[in-house]
Design a protein around this ligand. Sequence first.
Ligand code: ZN
Length: 106
Amino acid sequence: MPNTKKTKQRLEARITELMQTAREIDAELKETPDPDFAEHAVEAEGDEVLEGLGQAALSEGNQIKAAVQRIDGGTYGKCTTCGAPVGEARLDAVPHAAQCMDCLES
Ligand SMILES: [Zn+2]
């Protein structure tokens, strides 16, 4: 397995980043809105966007955690569905890719 150590470091750094983002968003959402704030509706809309971003960060973080587990288990780079190599180009683009293009599209 070439370079999995480096990949693992990269993935773990990304997890830290994503968890930080999710925490910041969470803190932002918990701020009590000013009841006199005239643009209350606008703020509520912004909260929804933030919530979506937070969930996206968490879900990406979980996918990356699974990829780190595959590195530890020695199955990193193999499609979790068919077992074929995911492909270097794809791993370059999406280091936590769990499936080969064939399985992704089907
Ligand atoms: Zn596959």
